[in-house]
Ligand binder design. Structure first.
Ligand code: G3P
Ligand code: MG
Length: 343
């Protein structure tokens, strides 16, 4: 019948669209739910007129926790199940680097959480700054190293250890110590502490950052500095100390590699929920940060929706990076409008 044809067409259209959600400022604020976010996930998980699942993934520049722990926390806040198979945080694609580097310095994050997921990613020999301070406290002259930190660190003879690469996985909790150790390694002969290379360029080990956001909204009224600001500081120090530019690799939004990775995740998620391993034609990115979510989505040819619940608070569209599909008061309005546009 005509009615049946129409709903078959709509089911087809629903499977040919996908949503990519930013997390902070779109679905939650810290640990606090943005109420419309909960409704959106119910709708996309099947509570809609067609009773069909609409493919969606989460693409966040957040960091510092193992994927499993983070999706568990998000599922609780959003009251909807979220799978690690539909979830990308800033350092998720960096697991591919584990096959290239045996010994890595891992920087950032709370306690030893980054060491924990670096192991999960397959890095074999993981060093954190505390391991180095425990070996030689004079490396960080202003650091107060507690007995507790000493007990949980893994010192070894770093004069004999060659560190192959530096991975900044999350925000530094101690800029002075982390910058000193990173700079020591970047200026060393092939990643051996205690040495200073004659030629800083040819003997330099690579450094990777999981994301490049300058600022991050927090409980504080004015956004706080994030990994991008930390990186700029390192670059300036490196240039001043060596006279050459620091080459580095940055992951996360709006870097192209991250969007390519997202395409792969969407494709395999389609396979899981609809048994069709293909990339839906119409992809909608919903984000709150024009300089990250929107610029990246625009460059990648996605339909971008800017919401006013996070970083962006302006009236019209953003001047520098206007969202291609428009500006919305919240994530529910964006999703409803996109669905209406496709079905
Ligand atoms: O700036 C780091 C992080 O809090 C941003 O998260 O989900 O907005 O990409 P998200
Ligand atoms: Mg955000």
């Amino acid at each position: 019948s005509h009615v049946q044809d129409m709903s078959t067409e709509k089911v087809k259209a629903a499977k040919d669209m996908a949503f990519v959600f930013d997390i902070d400022g779109v679905l939650i604020h810290g640990d606090r739910l943005i109420p419309e976010g909960k409704r959106v996930l119910e709708i996309l998980n099947g509570d809609n007129e067609l009773g069909i699942k609409v493919p969606h993934i989460f693409l966040t520049n957040g960091s510092g926790k193992p994927e499993q722990a983070r999706v568990q926390q998000l599922s609780n806040i959003l009251h909807s199940p979220i799978s690690t198979d539909q979830f990308i945080q800033s350092h998720t694609p960096m697991r591919a680097l584990a096959e290239y580097y045996d010994t890595v310095l891992v920087v950032g994050g709370e306690g030893y959480r980054c060491r924990e997921f670096a192991e999960e990613y397959g890095f074999k020999n993981i060093v954190v700054p505390n391991d180095i301070i425990a070996w030689d406290p004079t490396i960080a002259p202003y650091r107060v190293f507690t007995p507790e930190e000493r007990a949980t660190s893994r010192p070894r003879d770093f004069a004999k250890t060659k560190i192959d690469a530096i991975m900044v996985f999350s925000d530094s909790r101690d800029y002075a110590t982390d910058m000193q150790i990173i700079m020591d390694l970047l200026r060393s002969e092939n990643g051996r502490l205690g040495t200073v290379a004659k030629d800083p360029e040819s003997q330099r080990i690579p450094i990777y950052f999981s994301q490049g956001d300058m600022l991050c909204p927090t409980e504080h009224p004015i956004p706080r500095m994030s990994q991008g600001a930390f990186r700029i500081g390192l670059e300036a120090m490196y240039k001043a100390l060596t006279g050459v530019e620091l080459e580095r690799v940055v992951y996360g939004k709006p870097e192209l590699a991250t969007y390519k990775y997202a395409d792969e995740v969407i494709t395999s998620w389609m396979d899981q929920i609809h048994n069709e391993e293909k990339l839906p034609k119409n992809i909608y990115m919903i984000g709150d940060n024009p300089a990250s979510d929107i610029i990246g989505g625009n460059m990648y040819g996605w339909n971008t929706c800017l919401v006013r619940t996070g970083v962006y608070q302006g009236e019209g569209n953003d001047e520098n990076n206007p969202a291609s599909f428009g500006v919305f008061v919240n994530v529910l309005e964006a999703v409803k409008t996109a669905v209406r546009n496709e079905l």
